[in-house]
Design a protein around this ligand. Structure first.
Ligand code: SF4
Length: 255
């Protein structure tokens, strides 16, 4: 009998299949995490928070400091200058003095002035309202093309000010994503943002972001995570390892 020249049908998964399966699994884990944290802390419905320019400036001010200091810095800035135009033309030292409480004042003052000037040049006014009609990807590209604006800041503007499903990853979220095994430990925050952006169901972007930040500050802290009272301990690959390691270190005799 003549053999068919047609190649045998194969069921081997393609790279795309594997990626799709991985994203589906990740999405399922994300749903579980959101459900557990929602039960513990209450629902976090989407809400539009700030004017986009204020969100941009506020996020720049929040880098490497806590909420209390960055909110104080934003308040001093908006109280000290009546308009964003005034901020652009002021001597950089004056802007830095106004935001001193937020830390890295000289660097942040320059970033803020440059970003406001660029927006003014591109839109003919200091407003990001035009982004409301843009595709989110185009908005991300535009915002990250401004010197000093990274993917986290750009995503914060789009999620908080435009209610778009663009996932920002800060240090708390990056830490939790690694501990919970959502991304490999060697991933950077930018890589983690890409993975969560692709895997997170759009309706869960805002709740996942705000719930993980709350959790990262209160329970899964950087130094001493409280695994004993964690509602995610049964799905966390590193649950109790921090406490175990600490005990082991204490047991070791002094050298
Ligand atoms: S079990 Fe511990 S390390 Fe894991 S998420 Fe909870 S607090 Fe963080």
């Amino acid at each position: 009998m003549r053999r068919s020249a047609r190649p045998a049908r194969t069921t081997t998964a393609t790279r795309a299949d594997v990626d799709r399966a991985g994203r589906t699994l990740l999405a399922r884990r994300i749903r579980t995490i959101v459900a557990r944290l929602t039960k513990a802390y209450g629902p976090r419905p989407w809400k539009k928070e700030d004017d986009p320019v204020e969100e941009l400036v506020g996020t720049i001010l929040s880098q490497n400091t806590n909420d209390k200091n960055s909110h104080a810095a934003l308040e001093h800035l908006t109280r000290g200058f009546r308009t964003w135009e005034e901020v652009i033309i002021a001597p950089v030292e004056q802007v830095a003095d106004a935001i001193r409480s937020g830390g890295l004042a000289d660097q942040k003052a320059r970033t803020i002035q440059r970003a406001l000037a660029r927006i003014n040049q591109d839109f003919g006014r200091i407003s990001l309202d035009d982004l409301a009609g843009w595709d989110p990807l185009r908005s991300m590209e535009y915002l990250t093309s401004i010197p000093g604006i990274g993917p986290k800041t750009a995503a914060c503007v789009l999620m908080f000010a435009f209610s778009l499903p663009v996932f920002p990853v800060d240090t708390h979220i990056h830490r939790l994503a690694v501990r919970l095994g959502l991304v490999p430990a060697k991933f950077t925050a930018v890589q983690t943002q890409q993975v969560l952006q692709e895997a997170c169901p759009p309706d869960l972007v805002y709740p996942l972001h705000v719930l993980l930040i709350t959790y990262g500050r209160g329970v899964c802290r950087a130094q001493r995570p409280d695994c004993a009272s964690c509602v995610l301990q049964d799905i966390c690959p590193v649950a109790f390892t921090f406490e175990h390691n600490r005990r082991q270190r204490r047991k070791r005799p002094d050298r």
